[in-house]
Design a protein around this ligand. Sequence first.
Ligand code: SF4
Length: 744
Amino acid sequence: MTQTRAYRVCPLCEAGCGLEITLSGDRVEKIRGDQQHPMSQGFCCPKGIALKDLHTDPDRLRTPMIKENGSFREAGWDEALRLVESNLARIREESGNDALALYLGNPNTHTMAGGLFIRPLVKALRTKNFYSASTVDQMPKMAACGWIYGNPGRIPVPDVDRTDLFVVFGANPFVSNGSLMTAPDFPGRVRALQARGGQMIVIDPAETRTAQAADRHLFIRPGTDVYMLCAIIHVLFAQELVSTRHLADLIDPGDIADLKDAVSEWTPAAAESVCRVPADEITRLARQIAEADKCAVYGRMGTSTVRHGTLCSWLIEAVNILTGNLDRQGGTGFARPAHVPDGSIPKKGFATGRWHSRVSGAAEVAGELPAALMAEEMETPGDGQIRSLITIAGNPVVAVPESQRLDAALAKLDFMVCVDYYINETTRRADVILPPASLLCHGHYDFFFHGLSVRNFAAYSPPVLEKAPGEKDKWEILAHLTHIASGRGAAADPGQVADQILGGLAENLIRAMGGPEKAGVTRDDLIGMLSGRRGPERILDFLLRIGPYGDNFGLKPDGINFDRLSASPHGMDLGPLSSWIEKALATPDGKIHLFPQQLRSAMAQIKTPARTGRPEKRTLELIGRRHLRTNNSWMHNIPALSKNNPCTLQVHPDDAGALGLENGDFAEITSDAAGICAPVEITEQIMPGVVSLPHGWGHDMEGVQMRVASQNPGVNTNRLTPGEVDWLSATAVLNGIAVAVAKS
Ligand code: SF4
């Protein structure tokens, strides 16, 4: 059979590498990196290659599943959707909107459906109980940037391709290829940095692959980055190294003075006593950051999912601002995605706490409540108790703290519906599972990650394969759920939701132009000019046309539209990050809020010890880790990705010696929440006093139907996390957990 080639962006992680897919008919023969993709230039990781195995995985669901008498059976779409409709309507009728909860997993951000069709569903559900993986991951960064720059989506990214000094706190982009930083082939980008005479410095409790490649690595005690960042800022002030350069007019001088006061006690020596980073190293790093011509400071999970994650995220921005590196070539900057028109984000600032969780009173952040508190909202009787849960591409039983408690709470729900490919630790509790068609059957555009790219870029990938008869695209499933939640019913045409999204966008544009008469065009005129399939593609065409590089519906003939982007199978390079902060800022006064009011009292209280649990009993601190071959919990059913199970407890030789542990022993790890057993790996790549387990494992639960994953299950580290929350950003504390370790 003749072989053909298709090109598409990998939808598995934020890097968005270009893939070249060789096909014989509808059979995928081979996947490799696309040499002509401007961002990844042939790079791809083992997960991208394994997209072929995900497509053919016999455990991947192809039809809806309905649970009957405790077992799943295959069902048709009409039956499954009708069951969802009747149960959601019943529960809402009996208990109100808040009885229906929604949880979104991380893969939603990698689909066009997730980029466009979640918002209408959330609106139709009218529930306060909206949760997502954001509150076990990046919400601290979103909240901090929301307060500083006016919108939680305005997150600066490091200009790694042009910087001289890249400083990384608590992140491992050598295996993630960037997180809240789309940087495919991150190792290649660092090699290029070092080849041009630049440096990368890593601060991390583990000597990760990123730390191994760094010019300098400093071990830091988990959860204490906040103190080190304060000390860096202290040095910048004490040694008169603050220079806001081109940003000076955008910052209130009172904020600078107040920030100086707030860090005055955090000398490098004071920070050393908490962080275990030598004071002279902190001073040296602060000077290097200030004296580098171009520097970008970046932090991720190790600075986010800790007790002071929001403060850490803010302080990282503050370092970049105080050294004049924000919005500067080689510093950090705001990407300018092709689908976001300039000025489309209203300059109204960012507010949290518009509602609160019922049991603990946690403030809503960016429309979400803390995923770590979902279980108590299900367990606690009263008005607003969660009785039903919709999960979309999420596995909260593995992903959120106190996972055993959440699992027990899910078992008692009245009704649960999951949009998912697998019967996993969470979906095994569902009454109905609705599986989308294979990822290779969807069109793809990165609505989220083009806005976090280290270089401006746009790519649209058409479906590589046709859906099998009876399969549904994910956007169609979300549209069905939206119809159900809004009362239009399971049988309503999913295309209507797509049309409503498009109609709303067109109406907003006409309104912004002063109405149809002034604009000389109606919404239907605009919609009539669009191309692309009915659904996400037509909406994308609209957004591209009015975006910063768009053809403006023909007024800019050289501009981008869907047809032009589709005709570029390797994507379109839109240039390096550029300086546009005055347009990018979404604060009401158009300024950078260097020291947001919302953070001031928290900043005054950071003397609180960083450790969770009871230090006198638990002498070690647990952190997570990530591996190249895994992505959270959902790729462990692929033999090529899971054959060498890395789910070990890493222990430093000094601690192993004191505990009488040897390589391969099983250790019992106990926190205030639970105890689990894991095999021991003794390594100097972890600092003394710290132990590490990867997240996303624990596939040995009864009812999981992932045969490969179940044979090689690993342990769920979130059984140990105690459900503590960084209240400022509603985010779970996953790192720096106090544990005791003993030979099992
Ligand atoms: S790094 Fe991410 S985007 Fe690139 S191939 Fe791997 S999984 Fe896909």
